[in-house]
Design a binder for this molecule. Sequence first.
Ligand code: EPU
Length: 336
Amino acid sequence: MQYNVSLKPYNTFGIEVFAKAFEKVYSEEDIINFIRKKPSDEALFVLNGGSNMLLTKDVNAWVMKLELKGLAIISETSSEVIIEAKSSENWHEFVLYCLANNWGGLENLSLIPGNVGSSPIQNIGAYGVEIKDTFVSLEAIHIPTLETHTFTNEECKFGYRESVFKNEFKNQYIITAVRFRLSKAPHKIHTTYGVINQELQKMGISSPTITDVSNAVIRIRQSKLPDPKEIGNSGSFFKNPVIDKKTFQEFQKQNPDAPFYEVSANEFKIPAGWLIEKSGLKGYRNGDAGVHTKQALVLVNYGNASGKEILEVAKHVQDTVFQNFKIHIQPEVNII
Ligand code: EPU
């Protein structure tokens, strides 16, 4: 156990806060030992890839840093494979490993920061695909009882950037491994999301392979999203707001040029990035905290911003969008 440890290397926003106590765990056994030896009056804080959190203050807890690695084929047929990845496998490296084996299903999710174990918590998604589409099950340790549970796809109650682990089971489980069902060739290609087709055309590709789709996604993401190794960030900071039909009709009357997606007969999703850009805040900066210059949904740390400064920018963005559009936008990242 180490004490008073900087968490700056362990969060993609690159925020300097200190953990009261800190230890890396490499196995399920380590996890159980850590929880057993933790004094009951100390809080537990579980850290994996640190890619979806904004740390606004020192963490007055025993921080368990997950380092669970490993990949295994659980079953295989001539048309599909079920692959298990341990929680601390880097997401994008896992996607590339699947592509190298010509297993399809995750290519649209290329280059998303973070680790495999966090992917189900917010049902990561991009370019028309979410992990719920290939997710089979996950293994998790129940913190109060130290028992291992298997959660099926249905039991995770996946929604748009939502799962049971953000709601009724928040902070109750430590996810240790995730299983996906991936296809073998011939693959189903998902290019309904317009920009992928445009990018493939630019690349001169008319019948794309899964690797072509991945390369197109990588090119799109690299052109718009900041690399956390260069500029601290947590991907989309806000969720795209979902509004009811009546509110949407009013909104559309005022903003006929706004992009939108129909979620259901009574629900419409508006890109928060558009609302923020139209509010004049794309590229807004206050000290080292700011709104990214190329994708307004992303907040960035240009160097030494504190979590509180990023949070102030977030509040300013929320207030300004509300003043302009009467729509509340909510953070997607966990604010600690
Ligand atoms: N837009 C703007 N200005 C901006 C950003 C976006 O006008 O600064 C407009 C775009 O022109 C487009 C629409 O908003 O018409 C949608 O933009 P984009 O395709 O970039 O997607 P998004 O809704 O901003 C979501 C996800 C991303 C994911 C992309 C692609 C959320 C919160 N974010 O962003 O996910 O990569 O779709 O599928 O749903 C993440 O969660 O970290 C993330 C990056």
